[in-house]
Ligand binder design. Sequence first.
Ligand code: NDP
Length: 332
Amino acid sequence: GRSWHLTARPQGWPTPDDFALREEPVAAPAEGQITVRNIHLSVDPYMRGRMNDVKSYTPPFKLNEPMDGGAVGVVLASEADGFAPGDHVLHGLGWREIATLDARQATKVSPDAAPLSAYLSVLGMTGLTAYAGLFEVASFKEGDAVFVSGAAGAVGSQVGQLAKLKGASRVIGSAGSPEKIRVLKEEYGFDAAFNYKDGPVAEQLKEAAPDGIDVYFDNVGGEHLEAAINSFNLHGRATICGMISQYNVTEPTPAPRNLALLIGKRLRLQGMLVADHKALQPQFVEEVSAWVRSGELKYDETVVEGIENAVDAFLGMLKGENTGKMIVSLGE
Ligand code: NDP
């Protein structure tokens, strides 16, 4: 099977030259293992951080070895109790066509309960990030005005809709194209949305949220975070989920320059990692899958076909080519 290797550590924006698609021998499963043919691969912003050789919450990718990441696939061969050929599983050895892994690292998923790609998106890691980040980390409560950046992406689109479903007084989103702004307002039900490329974020936010905001879900950092701090009401709360505007910069960015406002407004800025919120998983799946079934929660996926296009999908996601979750599909 083929797998993607990182061949050089990118400085600033990664380029296709930093990666190579290579043929790997497939190991037969040992006792307790399964061999899986991947059907959908996840490409995610955090993977950019793993391309740097720095200590972080996830270890860096090793050069000239297969990269890893979320994937769903079908079991081809099994030496593990409870797993049979034909079963579908969610696991962590993405970026490749075929994977042999310990069955303990795999979770069975049902293609009858939801489309398989949904286990990487609305019912998967990005979905839980939105759910935990809004309800647990930001302590969202009914009547809050919520601002979310990266609002047309996988996490952001779910944050805004969850806030509406739970009684937000107003939901404001920002994203990077006119079409995304249309989707936010017309399809996801945001009360207001603006294109951050159209002008200063602080001014656009003030116009979109004249009565201020109570919760900010930050996927972007920098100027967006500074604008949110300006617009916060007393006791505002921010979930610091991601700072994608800074993942490819080579110089530190100056914003936010207004942290002194935290004092008088008694603001709380709280970082999060989705891995800390696994206990919410059953409640999350139950509640969100019901909203998906009833049509109250919409989700999009931008699907790129073929393992050979996985790096382009990853780079495209960093540049905003996706609406909803970016998925690489290898075919059933
Ligand atoms: P998205 O689906 O939102 O895709 C990334 C989006 O970021 C792009 O579509 C693009 O949309 C936007 N973007 C890129 N560059 C910039 C920029 N300079 N300024 C503003 N927006 C930009 O990805 P995810 O939903 O998977 O992730 C969203 C965020 O959540 C990321 O920051 C990620 O790192 C973080 N995250 C954190 C987790 C945690 O546990 N802390 C877990 C999962 C995700 P546009 O066209 O609008 O620019």
